[in-house]
Design a binder for this molecule. Structure first.
Ligand SMILES: Cc1ncc(COP(=O)(O)O)c(C=O)c1O
Length: 346
């Protein structure tokens, strides 16, 4: 029985499945800082296998996974190339600068994808005056662009430029499985074009906590040490790793339902005069502009509340709606018929 979760704010609000709760309660555990938690070890191995990499590391969050990855790929004073609206650049508290002493070089993408020619232009030539460019960060799916999946070809094109110049590639794959499902490719095909990938268990996959970083054995050994530095060395972490194993083995394929529900939401909202859809809806996100209703996000969120739904909504008229585990097709249908009655006629 799926617990209802009528909340469009994010896919991070997903609640663990009953099977996850049971697995957490019964997990075999040990001290993971000593490498002795069998459940964490199993999760890390599984993650690496799924992504086609040598090794994995269980971390507390996506932000921590990105931070340890960036630190393990760079040295203080290096420059990192990122998309201008990427989560690492915009939403991770300036970790690049604070933790890594790194410079950020941002490139506006086309639907989240940095063109190889733009990357190539941004790479610093060896020169006594310049910082060294050492890393390119991709984001797949790209959140701020509208949950857009980068294709295998797009990732490969960026990878090829990086490798031509001897740079590392990290992928913030918080929602990499959404990308793989939307593109109908094995996630390994995407992972092939990144030296390291961070992906989240606690978003659409519904686990309560955690992310994984995967890459070469040498890279993961380094990242593990940075995780310790950041206070992420956990002890009997099998209790939170056990739901992660279920996330990876049982929750990936159902992401297709979230994508269908996002499409349903999009087509219903398109029928409402005054609401503009801002993104091509390809995964689980619909970005809307409600200014045509004479509303800001606040009025939108208040209308949703009347219908028993949570939605973000601030002073901007742009709102992101996420579909996820806990929202089913009939919920979207009843939301659409309710909201159609509440919006002002324009
Ligand atoms: C693309 C992307 N990367 C990283 C993160 C960070 O994940 P966490 O909230 O687990 O730190 C998020 C969170 O929403 C995200 O959307």
């Amino acid at each position: 029985m799926v617990e209802k979760n009528l909340d469009f704010r994010s896919d991070t609000v997903t609640l663990p499945t009953p099977e996850m709760r049971e697995a957490a309660a019964n997990a075999e555990v040990g001290d993971d800082v000593y490498g002795e938690d069998p459940t964490v070890n199993k999760l890390e191995k599984l993650a690496a296998e799924i992504m086609g990499k040598e090794a994995g590391l269980f971390v507390t969050s996506g932000t921590q996974g990105n931070a340890v990855s960036v630190l393990a790929h760079t040295q203080r004073g290096d420059e990192v190339i990122l998309e201008a609206k990427s989560h690492i650049y915009v939403n991770e508290v300036g970790g690049l600068a604070v933790l890594g002493g790194l410079m950020a070089r941002t490139i506006p993408g086309e639907l989240g994808w940095m063109k190889p020619s733009d990357i190539e232009t941004a790479i610093r030539a060896p020169n006594i005056h310049y910082p060294r460019t050492s890393l390119i960060c991709l984001e797949n799916t790209h959140n701020a662009a509208g949950g857009i999946p980068l294709t295998v070809e797009q990732m490969k094109a960026d990878w090829d430029v990086a490798k031509k110049h001897g740079l590392a590639v990290h992928c913030d794959g918080a929602r990499i499985f959404n990308a793989a499902i939307a593109l109908r490719v094995d996630v390994k095909e995407l992972a092939k074009y990144a030296d390291s990938i961070q992906f989240c268990l606690s978003k659409g996959l519904a686990a309560p906590v955690g992310s994984l970083v995967v890459g070469s054995r040498e890279f993961i050994d380094k990242a593990r040490k940075y995780r310790k530095l950041l206070g992420g060395g956990m002890r009997q972490a099998g209790i939170i790793a056990a739901p992660g194993i279920i996330a990876l083995t049982k929750m990936v394929d159902r992401l297709a339902e979230d994508h269908e529900n996002a499409k349903l939401l999009e087509s219903g909202l398109r029928e409402i005069k005054g609401i503009k859809i801002l993104n091509p809806v390809m995964t689980n996100m619909v970005f809307i502009d409600v200014s045509g209703l004479g509303w800001t996000g606040r009025e939108w969120a208040a209308a949703c509340r009347e219908l028993g739904w949570k939605s973000s909504g601030y002073s901007s008229p742009v709102v992101r709606l996420c579909t996820h585990y806990g929202i089913e097709r009939e919920d979207i249908e009843s939301f659409l018929s309710g909201i159609k009655k509440l919006v002002p006629k324009v």
